[in-house]
Design a protein around this ligand. Structure first.
Ligand code: MG
Length: 392
């Protein structure tokens, strides 16, 4: 048995669409498309059920195009609150196996299961149990990849979707990676793939024939990472605090917007939403970013890192406005977003009572999962208790 296959990547299959099929059983087996903006042809597809994917519909496709390809599908607006609720249930299941859970998005996570084998068996066995628990608890299906690192685990979870469980053993790495399209490499987007295709490179095997210098020339500072990834080398750790790495909100307008003043009004509203969320989480951050999408679907992002850590609406808006003013607004704008990253906790927590958890976010996740299981009052931070004392 190989004992260093400790990384698991889990990805829910067609998550939003599957939740809809779960809650409305008459949708089972039907083409279901979940999308945004009241589905008035201006939004994009968030998730398409596998039945809809047969027609070529995929996420990020404009709804208008999806309706041409698959006019008979059931089109539904998303229900974020419900998806978050189920997502939390899923993450609590993952936390039953290990606190080493990195939440990548609402329906994706990495686990490091080193040290869990005595209790749960091999990583493959853990994968099986996770799939079983999620199915029992939520009725949903996921795909899992098991390997020695994040890159390979993520590749694995994608190989046999839906309902897959793929282990990539160390002696199979080249065999698995070589025939894959370069598009399968996380981080290689459409543009990069096109650039590679233009010079005759379609498969990972071909990319491996390139010298390191050539890769660096093509991809700049990402060259080294890429050089390593395609050889199955990836030293990135499972990082349990990634969930709170950035917080953002965006809005798609009912009608495209031309005037800066009106854009700023929306930016202020979004700044309020974002800062309310970070204050609620008692976080502060010092990287501010904005995103602008025009009516031709061109996306522009701008970011700035400042010295001071902020959490006030005024501060976020002030820097967001500066960034927006730097964007050349050629076409009418259909979407604007603002967010804050490089987050950290606002107040130092009293952690000595919980010395086992020296990482704060791990601490928070554990606290949250205990609260979810046993109710809100079951556990309180040392600082909260101290404050109660002071108020006496
Ligand atoms: Mg998914």
């Amino acid at each position: 048995m190989e004992n260093n296959l400790n990384i698991i990547h889990i990805d829910m299959d067609a998550f939003f669409a599957s939740v809809e099929q779960l809650d409305k059983p008459d949708l089972k087996g039907k083409a279901v498309i979940v999308g945004g903006v009241g589905l008035d042809n201006r939004g994009v597809v968030s998730t398409a059920s596998y039945e809809a994917r047969k027609y070529g519909v995929h996420s990020a496709m404009p709804i208008a195009k999806a309706k041409k390809l698959c006019p008979n599908a059931v089109y539904l607006p998303g229900r974020k609150k419900r998806y978050n609720e189920i997502s939390d249930q899923i993450f609590n299941i993952l936390l039953e196996f290990t606190p080493q859970v990195e939440r990548l998005s609402i329906d994706e996570a990495f686990l490091n299961v080193k040290g869990c084998h005595r209790l749960y068996g091999s990583s493959k066995e853990i994968g099986k149990q996770i799939k079983k628990r999620i199915k029992e608890k939520t009725g949903l299906v996921c795909s899992i990849g098991v390997a020695r690192n994040k890159f390979l685990a993520k590749i694995g979870s994608d190989l046999d979707k839906p309902d897959g469980l793929v282990v990539i053993k160390n002696n199979e790495i080249a065999e698995v990676l070589d025939p894959l399209s370069v598009k399968k490499i996380p981080g290689v987007g459409k543009k990069t793939a096109k650039k590679l295709n233009e010079i005759g490179i379609h498969k990972i095997e071909q990319l491996k024939n390139m010298e390191y210098n050539q890769l660096e020339h093509l991809f700049g500072k990402h060259g080294r990472l890429l050089y390593n990834l395609i050889r199955g080398i990836d030293n990135r750790k499972v990082s349990i605090n990634s969930e709170t790495k950035s917080i953002s909100n965006e809005t798609t307008f009912q009608n495209d917007i031309n005037e800066l003043d009106l854009l700023l009004k929306h930016l202020l509203e979004l700044s309020q939403k974002v800062t309310r969320r970070i204050r609620k989480k008692k976080l502060i951050g010092n990287t501010i970013f904005i995103k602008v999408k025009d009516n031709k679907f061109n996306v522009t992002t701008r970011r700035i890192t400042i010295k001071k850590y902020i959490d006030s609406t005024d501060d976020l808006y002030k820097f967001g406005k500066k960034l927006l003013e730097k964007v050349e607004l050629k076409n009418p704008i259909r979407l604007i977003g603002i967010g804050i990253a490089s987050l950290k906790e606002k107040n130092k927590e009293q952690l000595s009572l919980f010395s086992k958890y020296d990482d704060k976010s791990e601490f928070n996740i554990v606290i949250d999962s205990i609260k979810d299981k046993f109710g809100n009052k079951s556990i309180r931070r040392a600082r909260d208790l101290l404050e109660v004392d002071k108020n006496k």
